[in-house]
Design a protein. Sequence first.
Length: 395
Amino acid sequence: MPVPTEHDAAPEAERDPVTGPAGEGSEWAPDDADWLSDDASGSLGLSAAPVSTTTEFFDGEVDGSPSSSTSPVAPSKGSERARRRSVKKARNAKRRAKEKRAKRLAPRRRILPRTAIGICLLLLTTALAVGGISAALYMNYAYKKDRTEALVGGLDRRIARGAAKIDAEATNAQARIQDELAPLSKLAATGETLSNLVTTAAPSLWVVRTFDEAGASTVGTAFVVAADAQRSFLLTSYDVIRAATRAPGPAVTLRQGTTDMVATLWTWDETSDLALLIVDRPSLPKLTWGRPTDVRLGTQIFALSALGTAGGAVTQGFVADVSSSGLQHSAPLGSAFRGAPLVDDRGRVIAVASKSFAPLGFVSDGVWFAPPIAAACQKVLRCEADVVKGAGAQR
């Protein structure tokens, strides 16, 4: 029967499966022993059972020794070191395997939680993140919307202010332009001024038709200077009715639109190129006379003819000279303008148009001489203080 040794006498709790009792220079812990029994023993062929340190002998006596006995055999140092190296390698291999497996599972464990609570926390975090992003996007949208509405609302006000400013600037510019054109408007009448002059004077203008000494038709203009309840008095150019001053002479007719009437040649003044016609037509509209003091060098004047589609025609010019015998002007004159009134810009008669009046003894072309309206009171009209009272002495 085997004899117990020192190793057999040690308690089980204090023995190491490989190296002996714990604490006798061993580097192992109890967990290492279990790992060795589960893993290293299988891979390295080591048994977890205690290693027997006894040797059995056959029964009988050998050389006088007892027939059967056991004696302790100590492990060699070389085998001990080999076993330790093998265990250390196995431990390192297991550690590396664990690290490799941990690295392989780490990404999945970091991303996907392994519990329901973790999944709930992940969903909650995702919901909070989505809500925060949505809130930020909505705030950005609301901010931009408010800015846009503010800009659009303010734009309407700015447009209104800009339009008002433009209108004010336009009004000021027009006023400045009118101020600059004021001197020019005195030199050249506008179309409206000319139209108004013709419209105002047309009821007092009549076309004179007769014949000259050679029997050719001649025309001119006559205008009403006075009228009473029985008849009306008209002035014209002596040059137009000269042939009618001789007896027998051609008849003198007046026309206005579609109205014709025969006029009586009452008197004339060949030196002033004036003649007076009387018609049995009461209260014809007459033209107003201007004052001689209103006529000066540079005054703008207009010649009004009765021959025109609008009831008359008009030309304009300026007074080139003023003298006691007449005035000189630059208004163009045609044959139908002979005997026409020369008026100022307010339609007041200041002279009578003539193409043959020559107070200086010669006739000029382009710049004409005209007898002032006051000259009619010398022979052909009877006046008191420049007011026509009737016709002059009949011839």
